[in-house]
Design a protein. Sequence first.
Length: 364
Amino acid sequence: MRVYTDYDKALKKASDIYILDLSGQELTAIPKTINRMRRLQVLILSNNHLVNLNPSIYKLKNLQVLALDSNYIKNVPGKLSLLENLEELYLGNNKFTTLPDQFSEMESLEILSLREMPNLDLETIFRPLSNIPTLEGLDLGYCDFDTVPWQVANIQGLRTLDLSGNPSIEWDTSFQFLAQTNTIEILILSDNKLRNLPASIGKIDRISTIDLSNNPKLNFMGLAEVLKPLYRLEVLDISSCGLDEIPKQIGGLKNLTELYAQDNSISKVSSGISNLENLEVLNLRNNALTEIDENFGELQSLEELYLYNNPIDYVSEDVKDLKDLNLLELPDASLDKTSKKNIKKWLPETEIIFKDPPKKKKKK
């Protein structure tokens, strides 16, 4: 579907508009005529100067996504509950501290973002949220918490919790508390200045995805041991964590299907990786690898391998054992013609992309 960013042009085709992005346009009010866009499904009003919402917005009965983050909204109107098909609502970085009780009537709401809201009144915020049966995802990133709000446990269907950018949280107590919710499957802990994680994270045994990206002092050797009890863990993001190797302890996370370790300084991948027999996606872009050795050939479930922007000059013939590999991304300049020819011969059914970062333009 086409994304419209010019309101006047969109208004001329009001009955055919499904996605309208008016972010960053210094709006101080929502145009009254927006109610003419009856088929509108996605409305993005982020990063403007809105203080209040025009009542016309409540007539957009087909609206599924509404982004109001990064404005100056002081009061969230209860009439937002009239948007009966709304599934995603982004309210972060505004001026309000409470949510109206009418929010409990938003029976289609699945994702709510309250990102960058350090002054929330937690008692009134969570009261209506606990009565939304469809709410699955909650973003509480950059809210300056010192512990995870206990009220989170009252959201009985919560599957995804984003706690990024809350470095003051006392994690041991918080993880023990989250283990009691018995619903959290996706936990986002990016940008928290983490070095280690307490063993109590292993008690949140429904976790299938953990995002630990942008924690540049992370001790991954210790972390891998702590994560072992999470037998449902399938997706792990350790990108931008200042790592110089993937240690042998990674082999203990045998159920991983996706590993994201891009944007580090990794020059060594230990033999432990060969134990990840279920791994389907491996992203090692923007690291310091010089070779793809025989250990990679053991990853026989691998479907996608990303090695862009590494100084790789050697690829082992063992990669020919990657029978399920659909996509292989490799550097261009560091591999000679013979190596490229061999790789194509070893992997005839694989889409192979050789590319390098664009060269920086010289300053005049």
